[in-house]
Write a protein that binds this ligand. Sequence first.
Ligand SMILES: [Zn+2]
Length: 219
Amino acid sequence: MLGRAGVEASLLCNGIGSDTDCSGGAASWETAGGMIMVAAHKRGLFCDLYPRMVSEKNTAMQHMLLHRIPADCCLQRDILGIYGDAPAAYQYIYEQPDFRSRLSAGQALPIVDYIDCLSHDRPCPLRNGSGSRIIGWPCQDFSVAGNQLMLEGPQTPVAISVGRKAQASPVPLACVECTSKMPLSLPSDCFGPRYVDWAPFYSAPADVNCDFIRRDRHP
Ligand SMILES: [Zn+2]
């Protein structure tokens, strides 16, 4: 999904790079980033997606990323680390009785000014002035191959924390990559009123000549 101001605002991204939360080893970064670039180029614009900060929880993916990202790119170990103690924040948010309560809890929790950066082995600023934010939040709660618990699933604290970070470190362009089963209200709710005009964009593997990776799906 392309966020507010969509492609036109991507002009603002020139020279200031991009953040990627829940990178999936950079899979979402490359998929969604490619969509942004294509959309920008179609309008004669250039969008700078030079990576400034990546967040990735999986340790194997973290090690892979350390070999792939530029030396000056920060690597946040866990998006819920914006709250300081990531496991405690997850537990606090998820133990709320429903999605609305979890959203309120995640919005109200104080956040840190410096994240635990694996790239530089020291605290690095949460707010880095990036021009865009690309998110690949987990799809297990929505995918037909997942648990289909939707907004009541165990991954909602991740989406809520992504939105909280996006509010604290706002960007002119945000892009969320997920399954088409994700409720379209989720990015709006999590990112808040600063981010408007969310536009869905659906793409299948065949659209990019990768149909050979398609899994059987049962609607
Ligand atoms: Zn850093």
